[in-house]
Each structure stands twice: as C-alpha cells, then as structure tokens.
Design a binder for this molecule. Structure first.
Ligand code: MN
Length: 510
C-alpha cells in the first residue's frame, strides 16, 4: 500500500547551544521518528533526514526532497529555537507538501531537575512558533499538527495528511484517457485542462475510440471465457428477461471490453479514464465487420474502478482524476469508495434523501453483499442494447462526496458530508445504487452544494473525511469548501463571497 512512498522528517535546530545539544536533538528525533513508524497509525514510512542547522542545510534538504521520487512530503519540527530566516530559501524552494508538527520530545517538565540547559534544549514551544511565523509570512501552505508525538490523536492527523500527500504525489503522475469527448453541451464536466495539470498535476488526453477498437478486436474468445469464469466465482449470476443465450453473449462481450480497456490503460500508462455513450466504435451495428461495444462498457468501468482506475462517465475527466486520488487515499480502508451521481430524490417530511446511481458505473467496493451480474437493456446513447452490469445496494453509515469544479479563474474542491441509509427494495432498478441524506439536512446540504456550483457526479467514500480533502486541496493550492453538520445557508454564502475575494488576491500575495 504506499510502499513506494516516504515522508521526510527534518528537525530544525542551530549551533548556538553547541555540538552536544545537536547530538541530543538528533537522538531524540530518531527516537520520535521510530516511535511514529512503530505506532501503526501512519501508513507511510517516515524517514529521518537529520537536523538542519543553517540556511544552506535547510535549502539542501528541501531541494533533495523535491528531486526524490519517493518523498511525498516533509515534516518539520523545531526541537530548539531555529531562527526562521534560516528557512526562507528552503521554503521558497520546497515543492512538496509540508506538515509542521508542533510537538516536544518530553511529555512532562522534569520539575525537580529542570535547569537552563534543559530549557534551552527543549524549546519547541517557541521554536515552532518562530517557524510558524515565517510560513505564514511567506504564505506557505502547510498543515499544522499540534500534540505530543506519542498521542494517537496527533498521529492520526499526520496519517490523514500522509494519505493526502500520497494522493497528491500520485496525481502528479496521473494520465487520464478520454475515450470520446465529454458529453456535448454539459458545462460542469468541461473546463481548463491546462490549468488542471498546472494546479493538480493530472494530465488528461483524448484517446481515439477507433484505436481502442483495435485492442477490442484482438481479444480472443479464450481470454474472454477465462474472465467470464472469474465473474462466475465473484458474482451471483442472475439471468432475467434477456434469456440465457443473450446473457452469456453480453457477459462475454463485456469481458472483452474489460480486457481491451485494461490493456490500453496499461500500454498508455494511464490510471484514469472516461467513456461516452455516444462513442462506442462503429456506428452501424448491422454493418458487415462491425466492431464496437454493445453499449457503454459498464461492467468494465465498475471493475476497473475497483482496481484503482479513476473513472468519470460522459467524459467527466475531472471526476475521473479525483476518483483516482480518492482510491489512492482510501487504500486499505474498510468501506470503500466510488464514482456516483445524484439521480432521484425521495422527499420525506423529516428525512429527504437522494438516490445515488448511474447508468451502470458504480464501484463494487461500496457494495453490501455479493454483487449480482445482470444483463438488461439500456436505451441511452448511440447503442440501445442489452448490456452487462453489477447490481447491488451500498453500505450504510457516514460518508463524504467530493468534486472539483472549474470556476473560470480557479478550481474549487467541494465536499459534502452525507449519511447513507437503507433504501427500500427496488426490484425493477437494474443498476447499483446508494441512498444518502446530505448533512445537516437535505435542504441545507443540497442547497449549499448547488450554491457552490457542485457537480452531479462525485467521488464518494465512507472512510475518508473532509480533513483529507482539505489537506489535498491545500497541497494543490486550490480553493476548498466543505459542507457539514454545522453548515448554514447564510454562513455558507458568506464563505463563498469571502473565498471569491481571497482567491482573487491570493495570487497577488505570492
Ligand atoms: Mn452521469
């Protein structure tokens, strides 16, 4: 899980107190890093990089961090007083996420033995404040975690940041392939892909469906049959109105589409993709030598999402990229994540809910129970055909949806906390779904989302919280706004107005 990632720990000190002090600082730092690594609370390995005692040393370690592929971020801690002008050039150079840990080696003051030497050595109480000042003065984005290094609370905050940093590092290497364009006339799935890469690192390319079809053609029957056997083990086989013959034919076609898509993504070194229901290969299904998908490759998208490929429907490249980052952050967590879309509302006096679904593409990571493999007609897009999909309902409990929108002058990352509830049986709905109530109420949660310009598609997780997304947005230097149980509409509107001004001035300040 994150085995290719490292977080570097740099301890700030200076030589004012003599070499012996620095030796002690070094020893304490090593012990602290070891303690954090052994805590089991932080999913990324922390590597101690020594003390930084001068401007030159700070700059050197920051530049080394920038150039190290494995390093996803830096934790700084000032054991002694570390005059902050020493940090200016290093902070100017630093391109990796920064966490400033305001902690202390000792837990207690040794009341009986404390003397001047002890106090000069253990002075992070004000060393960290000096460091904080320069970060604020320089407008350096960072997370400040305050707490003793042995406290699980502080460790968990570091863990959140570590996962966000892993997402950030991964985003830098994401290539998203658009199989077809984004859906005509849709505003929210469009945007500035150049700025997107500059800010968030994601590279988005168009990939011709005709080239995808070359892969599709080459998938052999034997390969597809082998994958169908795998489906039989993983899913409940449910043959309905399509009948047995059509069912297995469509399931096999879905397997071929999955194999073709996975091969293209691997060959093209891509970790996210989008599809478009109007662009599925040859237009005329009755033409001789027809080569095309039955319908949008729903089953393939569901299974590839589960493997970690970011997915966005209707050419939604922003959500596809965000979904990839979410999957990275969410790794090893119990309840899962998925691409979702707000579909249909259930108005109820005290608990209006929103049914989340899509034409086909919901990730089985969020399923409750074993998904059913079904084949049904889907009458949307260029190919009105029977096609395979996994059908399930999703887990209950708290969760969060996230999106990123292009506001013309900047990207805004929006989150909304939701409570997933049990739906009533929906025997005629042939797709996967989840049912949720936005917090604090449907009216406020949905209203705020709309005021923020949120999307109908989102990247959803049960395990991730707003803190992860806030850390991630900060690392990308984009706007973040969250909707939660404390949101009020008037307060939220004021936040939007404040942000409008802040993000206009933000560039001028840097
Ligand atoms: Mn959609």
């Amino acid at each position: 899980m994150f085995e290719n990632n490292e977080i570097w720990w740099v301890t700030g000190a200076q030589l004012l107190y003599g070499g012996d002090a620095v030796v002690k600082v070094d020893g304490h730092s090593k012990e602290m890093v070891e303690g954090l690594n052994k805590s089991g609370n932080i999913p990324v390995k922390i590597v101690y990089k020594g003390t930084a005692n001068s401007s030159k040393e700070v700059e050197a370690v920051m530049k080394a961090a920038n150039n190290d592929e494995k390093c996803i971020g830096i934790i700084t801690w000032m054991h002694t007083f570390s005059p902050a002008k020493m940090w200016i050039k290093g902070l100017q150079a630093l391109e990796k996420p920064l966490l400033h840990f305001h902690t202390q080696y000792n837990t207690d003051i040794p009341w009986d033995s404390i003397d001047m030497d002890f106090m000069n050595l253990n002075q992070s109480a004000h060393g960290d404040i000096e460091f904080g000042h320069i970060c604020t003065r320089m407008r350096v984005a960072r997370k400040v975690v305050v707490g003793h290094w042995k406290s699980a609370e502080a460790q968990k905050q570091i863990a959140v940041w570590a996962r966000a940093a892993a997402g950030r590092a991964d985003a830098h290497n994401v290539r998203c392939l658009m199989f077809g364009m984004n859906m005509n006339n849709v505003a929210v799935t469009d945007g500035d892909r150049v700025e997107f890469e500059q800010r968030m690192g994601y590279h988005v390319d168009y990939y011709p469906v005709s080239s995808l079809m070359e892969y599709f053609k080459k998938v052999t029957d034997a390969e597809a049959d082998a994958l169908v056997e795998e489906y039989k083990k993983l899913y409940t086989i449910k043959i309905d109105e399509s009948g047995e013959k059509v069912y297995w034919e469509k399931v096999k076609n879905a397997a071929k589409a999955e194999i073709a898509l996975r091969r293209v993504l691997k060959d093209e070194n891509a970790t996210a993709f989008t599809t478009n229901f109007d662009d599925l290969g040859d237009a005329d299904i009755d033409a001789p030598d027809f080569c095309g998908f039955d319908q949008i490759p729903g089953l393939a998208s569901q299974r590839l999402m589960e493997e970690g490929y970011g997915f966005g429907a209707e050419g939604d490249w922003k959500t596809a990229c965000l979904q990839r980052t979410l999957w990275v952050m969410n790794q090893g967590m119990p309840k899962g994540c998925s691409f979702l879309e707000d579909y249909t509302l259930n108005f109820a006096a005290d608990c209006t809910s929103s049914l989340q679904s899509h034409m086909l593409e919901i990730c089985p990571l969020i399923a409750t129970g074993k998904p059913k493999l079904e084949v049904h007609f889907l009458g949307i897009g260029i190919r009105k055909q029977q096609t395979a999909r996994l059908v399930f309902t999703s887990k209950t409990g708290r969760g969060i949806k996230a999106t990123v929108v292009d506001l013309g002058n900047r990207f805004r990352l929006i989150t909304s906390e939701v409570e997933c509830i049990e739906p009533k049986p929906m025997p005629k709905l042939p797709v996967a779904s989840a049912l949720w109530v936005p917090q604090p109420t449907f009216e406020i949660g949905a209203g705020a989302w709309i005021l923020a310009g949120g999307t109908h598609h989102s990247a959803f997780s049960y395990d991730i919280t707003a803190e992860y997304w806030e850390d991630f947005a900060e690392m990308c230097d984009i706007e973040y706004i969250g909707i939660d149980k404390n949101t009020t509409i008037s307060g939220f509107k004021q936040q939007l107005r404040n942000n409008e001004v802040y993000y206009m001035l933000n560039k001028a300040l840097k």
